[in-house]
Ligand binder design. Structure first.
Ligand code: K1U
Ligand code: ZN
Length: 174
């Protein structure tokens, strides 16, 4: 099922999400809905709070080549356990901040530990867009948006645009 994506500003996007205590059928259903919602948007990642579910679950698929087989990933309770000194700058977007993009600098490579859908602990290294995306999504689980990495002026400008967009969407609905 495709779920509606929350648009900034929304208090749920500012909260730190609690850990998933156990990987249940409900969590597997949530992950399936999140992947469906991400591919539909379309996006390369999605975090549970973006659909109003306050749990530490994220999905992503950063396969660049449209011809390549999809590589959906589900990360439960992810944590960054290592990061490169080297930084990489990427022009990020966010499904909760539509049509706004800005350059963000983050570690170029990260090592992440998480729980998979079978309840097993997994560790892996990420680079390129995968590294940027997993850090962007973990930020969501900690109530942080990519605009929080920008200066106050740029952040306020984007927030005002989003407030206007939400007013217009509410008006169109009425
Ligand atoms: O978390 C999100 O809001 C998803 C976001 C993830 C992301 C994008 C860019 C850098 C870091 C993290 C998106 O997927 S925005 C949409 C997007 O980037 C995209 C959409 C279609 C094709 C390719 C990319
Ligand atoms: Zn985002």
């Amino acid at each position: 099922m495709i779920r509606p994506i929350l648009i900034h500003p929304d208090p749920r996007l500012k909260k730190v999400c609690p850990a998933v205590p156990e990987v249940t059928e409900d969590i597997r259903n949530l992950a399936r809905d999140m992947l469906e919602t991400m591919y539909d948007a379309p996006g390369v990642g999605l975090a549970a709070p973006q659909i109003g579910v306050m749990l530490r679950v994220l999905v992503m698929d950063c396969t660049k080549d449209a011809e390549a087989a999809p590589r959906p990933m589900v990360l439960i309770n992810p944590s960054i356990i290592g990061a490169s000194e080297e930084q990489s700058v990427y022009e990020e977007g966010c499904l909760s901040i539509p049509e706004q993009y800005a350059e963000v600098s983050r570690p170029a490579r990260v090592r992440v530990r998480w729980t998979d859908l079978d309840g097993q602990t997994v560790e892996d290294d990420f680079e390129d867009l995968w590294a940027t995306c997993v850090q962007h999504e973990i930020d969501h689980l900690d109530g942080k948006l990519f605009i929080d990495h920008l200066g106050a002026l740029k952040r306020q400008m984007i927030t005002r645009r989003m407030e206007k967009l939400k007013r217009e969407r509410a008006r169109d609905k009425a």
